[in-house]
Design a protein around this ligand. Sequence first.
Ligand SMILES: [Zn+2]
Length: 589
Amino acid sequence: MDKFIVSARKYRPQTFDTVVGQQHITTTLKNAIKQSQLAHAFLFCGPRGVGKTTCARILAKTINCEHATPEGEACNECNSCVSFNQGTSLNIHELDAASNNSVDDIRTLVDQVRFAPQAGKYKVYIIDEVHMLSSSAFNAFLKTLEEPPSYAIFILATTEKHKILPTILSRCQIFDFKRITTNDTVEHLEAICEKEGVTADKAALQTIAQKSEGCMRDALSIMDKIVSFTNGELNYNNTLEHLNILDEDYYFRLIDFMLQQDLSGAMLLYDDINRKGFEGDLVLNGFASFIRNLLVSKDEKVVALLDTVESFKQRYIDAAKNIPPAILISALNILNEAEIGYRAARNKRLHVELTLIKLCYLQQAIELTAGDSALHKKKIAEKATAVPFRKIRPILVDPSKAEKKTEIKQPGIEGARLIIEAPKQPPVVAPVPAEPKPAGTRKIASLEKLRKQFKENNKEQIDIPLTQETLNAAWKDFIVQLKENKNSAAQSFDLAQLKVLDENSFYVYTANAIEYRFVESCKTETSEFLQQKLSNSQLQFYIIKRENREVHESSEPKPLTAVQQYQKMIEKYPLVKELKEKLKMELDR
Ligand SMILES: [Zn+2]
């Protein structure tokens, strides 16, 4: 069998120039070496697998090189370089702080620092995962870090810069390593494949690069694994298979089903995916990334953020054109929620299927909510001209609202305070021309037309004029019905007093707010019942709340104005007039 060991070790860069994707750091280091302006302590921060330890080793090798090139690179030929490359140099000490984080470990290291190098110029101490050091270990190290011997150089590496104490940070030259871009990774992988004689499609390498998320070590080990499984044939399909990644083609099909609201298609597709051994959370997560990519593809400015293999890019851009962003954003929302709830779900499959159902009906839901708000607006508009009955009736001004209380303080007359109920205007019935119309009646005028039409259409139905006797009888019947239904409003109906206003309308007097509310709550039923019982399709009534029935009734049916009332009053009590004139009182109009 072909012995193929591509590994992160075999292709670990040996010079600054071959470090992938960290030019900003390697250039700075090379310049520092050239100008002999090396710091004594460095802190290399950045995600794992991006070249921190590699750079530290190259730095150690380069500063000890006997014949460094003018560019600031190691020669890789001198004794020092060879011993570094073979890993036998005594001038480099590596400490993994993740497993050696005690004070004793640091003390051992500090003890070693005392001895000058026997060959070469510098002793380099690399402390990996330095954030793992215990705080006492940090303190034991601090003194040495502050005043190291001239031959000692410390390189601290960490993935978590925020965990490093400020006292350490202030003593180090800090270098921030970047994630390696997909393109850089792909180029590096391509170069290795070429050297190793591996045939690889670009899509496969791109997939590997994406999966490794900027970590070169991961990318190389993934490639190793696939190459060893496939005998040096690296293609898109076997890469997907080995990485357990679902082909994006499935997502394109899924979104098609979603947009066509084809639930059965989506369910069958999910079943197919499931049979291939892909778990639900992977599908949810993959579909969310897919939709994110679609969203990104919609805008030319951010299309660079599209995270996919080259061959799919145009397909994304084309697909995104036809999908409204509202759907994409809502779908992302649904998927996000589904992912959060996935772990807690007992029936994982049902959980994913439920999500698919939501996605398939998303478009409909969005349309519905859009429609709903229109409906809502309509309702608000209707409220302004509320019609009390279901059938089209004349518009009325509620007399209970028009009710005005005139309060006249009359000092002197038995110290009394007279409350004069302002006369009740008879309800303003729009079709009666003699009555004043309420302001803003344009709408009402058009309703009038409708009403006339309605009347003409219903000419055959003759309404029987209302009388007090028939009304009282029908009212009692309604109370009986209420009592049968155990309606708590029955008592209030019983207590209410009725007064016929004209052949089609009457007043209902209630003694207080509670009774008023009870009667009001059954207004529609009452009206329907009475209209039928009394064979009068135009029958209507006004509920009036008042404290004093007697005063009110005396002013019925022809209500008086304040002036008229005053005149009546002075007929009866001439003294009132005198009083008014003496006190220069004005009438409330
Ligand atoms: Zn050398």
